[in-house]
Design a protein around this ligand. Sequence first.
Ligand code: PLP
Length: 457
Amino acid sequence: MLRNDTLDQWDRENLFHPSTHLAQHARGEAPSRIVETGSGVYIEDRNGTKLLDAFAGLYCVNVGYGRSEISDAIAEQAKKLAYYHSYVGHGTEASITLSKMILDRAPANMSKVYFGLGGSDANETNIKLVWYYNNILGRPEKKKIISRWRGYHGSGLMTGSLTGLELFHKKFDLPLAQVLHTEAPYYFRRPDTAMSEADFVAHCAAELEAMIEREGPETIAAFIGEPALGTGGLVPPPQGYWEAIQPILKKHDILLIADEVVTGFGRLGSMFGSEHYNIEADIITIAKGLTSAYAPLSGSIVSDKVWKILEQGTDENGPIGHGWTYSAHPIGAAAGIANLELVDSLGLVKNATAMGTYMKAALQDALGDHPNVGDIRGEGLLMAVELVEDRSARTFFDPARKIGPTLAGELLKHGVISRAMPQGDILGFAPPLCINQAEIDTVVRATKAAIDAVLPD
Ligand code: PLP
């Protein structure tokens, strides 16, 4: 085995890490960790430090670490057939079976799955399909996409543009011109604290409608949104949000893309967030929970309505000019099959509801009275604690104080991984869906200890 110091050095000299302060990392000034093994909700690094991963990697290891059912399926597929492409009608037993399993679980209006590798490329596919759709329908000007501030849809050129977080635009010349951002459905950060939840929903709907009118409905192709905001703050929508938004989109013939990269396959305590909030999407994006990240795989689930036009398009223009070498990769598909079987056999969707309810109540009991805890929110096992400087005035800390990252660092000292969300002092939790009550108690105890240490009242 390589000694830690050698590997640390190689890391600093050779590996370009995503979402990392590159200069500090290269100089060895930033915290880093070399992770070696994982089992259940725990990971262990090369120094033997064992941590309870209350963010499931990047909210993706939904079945937990170390599941031999999935690693065995991957090994078997690799031995039998590690790769064949899916161009011009080719397939494998794994990719075809998984597409059926996904559609068996997806909302009834869904028709086909296109497989990609990650959430970003799946959303790139979706936007291309939306543009193609409108070209086939003879509406070449209907191309703009509306996303929300604080939405997260990836970090490619188009998907980084759709993402409504400053960090993903700054110095990258993004967002691209075809992308517009509307109000985030984030009730705790409503523009006026006097607004009721219903007032705020009406405000979000009015903002959207005004944007559509201003731009011209004939120029707006699609609206993309996560059923519950993820990276932008882990925020379930205010009551009635999706009921208010969808009729506006329908009225203006705007497609709805539900980005379920985080919410798909159980995170909210439902198989899909679309089902949870009565969203009738035209396209659904899936990734993370599809394989629990045991292999890279994503998907664009396309509705009947969109599929019919895609078929018409190929009748008129020949084969669709879209594809990746690794679309429907058999190893990813084998991982997906074994993963979805585990989600069912372990009852993880139900467990997400039960453990989510337990965790929210436990966080409320432990922290509800703390003067710097402004909001404790969540749905299923997607949960956040938002810190404020002054609770009654709802004022936020100066970002320069880095309260969120400091708290996440403090939690680590108590053996728990949380995530300091990138915009605001928001401590995020999205543990593997197999977490149990005792493990949740550990997370809540560590959170209380961290907050008491960093923000003594
Ligand atoms: N969409 C959502 C809702 C996400 O949370 C993410 C990643 O966190 C993505 C898309 C992008 O996925 P990936 O990082 O696999 O490209």
